[in-house]
Design a binder for this molecule. Structure first.
Ligand SMILES: Cc1cc2nc3c(=O)[nH]c(=O)nc-3n(C[C@H](O)[C@H](O)[C@H](O)COP(=O)(O)O)c2cc1C
Length: 358
């Protein structure tokens, strides 16, 4: 493995991560559903969008600040929830939360983290959001939401794109299972804590995902907590309209990193149609395939208020722990700043659809 300081961009970190990860972890992190058509198009769709430089604008005072859910963020790059981070680094989520703070990034903590809600919050030096998978046991779901609120998380990100598992053959071939000593820390004491039922799962449903969830449950969740509720996994413009009616505080256009339903459009293709329905009334975030500062610029130009990255920071975590997570965000932010300068957009608010070459 090269010296991490010599890794310069996200593809460098991805290659290095492949070297340091076990085969099982690599397959689990990098896979997409089925033929991985959407996995490829999430990235390719960005490559096919062209941006237009703008000359002779004073960009000497670049400013990447954005406001989301009532709080100012230093830049528009958040860490998407990813499960089982101890697979990638012995300190798992505790390293990520440290790396996120050093990059001024908000981490969205997964329900299926390998460190508990409370232990991550205790180590945090920067605001956190909590990602919730509604559980078949609604009493336990309520508990998770209330634990996150009590621990000081600032938003509840409800993932709505996973009524069933996706056909993820790479992890099945690698016989994915949580290695001994790793657990879903928030499920401690419950039969699902070790994830043992996962490999070779006969049913399309998981014991920790509830296929009965509907819009009614979103209302119920909103009634349980004072935290703003954000829906993650909106890909249908009609669902965006429905989300507005449900009173949620924000939405994330996401196809779960192409891990669930293959052959959906790329998220960046869907974003403008969703943004058109939302008309700026609540924040719209997007994730999937963002690997360059120009990708972030394109997402902001096409209607996103902010973006999230998943796999890239997991690669950083595997390669160099907290420092690797920080590097990934800082590299992306620096590339974004360069793109803003070249496109003559000194602020995030100045990034509109005229950045895109049509
Ligand atoms: C290894 C891995 C684990 C994930 N775990 C979760 C999870 O627990 N909850 C969730 O809502 N999304 C999860 N996701 C999806 C991410 O939040 C995000 O939508 C996706 O990774 C974005 O795409 P990108 O990896 O191309 O940036 C996971 C993704 C990966 C790669």
């Amino acid at each position: 493995m090269p010296n991490p300081a010599e890794l310069l961009d996200l593809p460098d970190f991805e290659r290095a991560a492949k070297d340091v990860m076990s085969l099982l972890t690599w397959e689990y992190v990098s896979e997409g559903a089925a033929d991985e058509i959407t996995l490829r198009s999430n990235q390719r769709a960005y490559d096919e969008i062209r941006v237009v430089p703008r000359a002779l604008v004073d960009v000497s005072r670049l400013n990447t600040r954005v406001s989301l859910l009532g709080r100012e963020h230093a830049h528009p790059i958040l860490l998407a929830p990813t499960a089982y981070q101890k697979l990638s680094h012995p300190n798992g989520e505790l390293a990520t939360v440290q790396g996120a703070a050093d990059a001024d990034a908000t981490m969205v903590v997964s329900t299926t983290a390998t460190v508990s809600i409370e232990d991550i919050a205790a180590a945090a030096r920067h605001p956190l959001w909590f990602q919730l998978y509604v559980q078949p046991d609604r009493g336990f779901t309520r508990e998770l939401a209330q634990r996150a609120e009590a621990a000081g998380y600032e938003a509840l990100v409800v993932t709505v794109d996973t009524p069933a598992l996706g056909p993820r053959y790479r992890e099945l071939r690698a016989k994915f299972n949580l290695p001994p000593g790793l657990e879903r820390a928030n499920f401690r004491g419950r039969p699902t804590a070790t994830g043992a039922q996962r490999a070779g799962e006969a049913s399309i449903f998981s014991a920790t995902l509830d296929p009965t969830v509907t819009w009614k449950d979103i209302e119920w969740l909103r009634s349980l907590t004072r935290l703003p509720v954000v829906l993650k996994g909106i890909m249908n413009p009609d669902d965006a309209t429905r989300a507005l009616q449900s009173g949620v505080a924000g939405i994330i256009v996401s196809n779960h990193g192409a891990r669930n339903l293959d052959t959906t459009p790329a998220t960046i293709e869907v974003l403008p149609r969703v943004a058109e329905k939302i008309e700026g009334r609540i924040p719209v975030l997007v994730d999937g395939g963002i690997r360059r500062g120009t990708d972030v610029l394109k997402a902001l130009a096409l209607g996103a208020n902010a973006v999230l990255i998943g796999r890239p920071y997991v690669h950083g975590l595997a390669v160099d722990g907290a420092r690797g997570v920080t590097r990934i965000v800082k590299i992306l932010r620096r590339e974004l700043e360069m793109a803003m300068a070249h496109c003559g957009r000194p602020t995030i608010a100045a990034i509109d659809s005229s950045v895109i070459w049509r």
